[in-house]
Write a protein that binds this ligand. Structure first.
Ligand code: NAP
Length: 287
């Protein structure tokens, strides 16, 4: 466990039915934070494993407090009262983690307006709306943390492309939503920091092999094992950004941990892990 900074706080984590959001929720809960998990639906998702109901049950089984609130973040109506509904579970939200995102892959010359709009709704407008929903309460209490999960696809990959030009191009529309997210959150961070609200974004330095990542970039990860990042580094870096007083950082997981000298712990927070989790190449950023 860490130093207890986030014990007794309440967090809302979007995209928490599986993947990175689920892992962050579990670790926060292990550190004594009450967690409200959100995703677009409570139950099964068809081909993908992991539901909100299961995630909450697993966290509760550890003795921690967890609850679930569903909302499709692509709908401004459904997300309009998400924070109010989440606050009915355990009280005011101290920590908001905007983790949910959607990717539509296609050449920038061809991706439809429908797909571009949907990505912008989930990846940019939803995080901003939720930040606007939590900010007044955080301002009143004089304290709060807002973390949005971003991606290195926010920048164009360096030439020569490690995989293929097409692979570098098809992620551009998604990357554009993450670039917008980074820029918006930087501005919000500097507006809210004087009120004790700490806003940052965080991206993996490489591929975190969630089900979604395995479906789309699993072949790249298989061909280049050094381009895979353990879930633990993302989770640890997220903890750093929702417990300390960073302002407006567009952070990368391992780089952040290096810069602050923070050790990586297991997903249940019980064990400190070896340096191998920090030692890998820091320049191969692709996530
Ligand atoms: N994995 C990586 O290598 C990687 C690299 C760079 C950045 N990231 C970023 O990390 C974050 C998590 O990625 P991940 O790989 O863990 O994703 P994931 O496994 O696909 O999980 C995505 C989560 O978001 C939820 N979600 C998706 N669309 C939603 C919507 N319209 N409304 C509400 N919830 C929605 C999903 O739940 P439902 O489908 O049930 O709604 C799920 O809980 C994302 O922001 C992603 O951009 C990941």
């Amino acid at each position: 466990m860490t130093d207890g900074l986030i014990k007794g706080r309440t967090a809302l984590i979007t995209g928490a039915s599986r993947g990175i959001g689920r892992a962050i929720a579990g670790r926060l809960a292990a550190e004594g934070t009450r967690v409200v998990l959100s995703a677009s639906r409570m139950g099964s998702h068809g081909e993908l494993n992991g539901t909100l109901e299961e995630a909450v049950a697993e966290i509760e089984a550890t003795g921690a407090q967890a609850a679930a609130v569903a909302a499709n973040l692509a709908s401004d109506e459904e997300r309009g009262d998400l924070v109010a509904r989440a606050e009915k579970c355990f009280g005011p939200i101290d920590i908001l983690i905007n983790n949910a995102a959607m990717g539509r892959w296609g050449l920038p010359s061809a991706l439809s307006l429908k797909d571009r709009r949907k990505m912008m709704e989930v990846n940019l407008h939803a995080p901003v709306d939720l930040a606007q929903q939590v900010a007044p309460g955080m301002r009143d209490r004089g304290e709060g943390w807002i973390l949005s999960i971003s991606s290195d696809t926010a920048r164009q990959f360096d030439v020569p492309y490690r995989d293929s030009p097409e692979a570098a191009h098809v992620v551009a529309p998604y990357g554009a939503t993450k670039a917008a997210l980074n820029r918006y959150m930087e501005g919000l961070a500097h507006e809210l920091a004087p009120q004790g609200i700490f806003v940052n974004t965080l991206a993996p330095v490489a591929i975190v092999l969630t089900q979604e990542a395995a479906r789309f970039v699993g072949h790249i990860a298989k061909a280049n094992p050094d381009m895979v990042e353990p879930m633990e580094t993302m989770v640890e870096a997220a903890l750093e950004l929702v417990s300390e007083r960073h302002v407006g950082r567009v952070a990368y997981s391992r780089r952040l941990l290096h810069s602050v000298g923070r050790a990586v712990r297991s997903l249940d927070g019980r064990r400190e892990l070896g340096d191998a989790f920090l030692a890998a190449d820091l320049d191969g950023v692709v996530g």
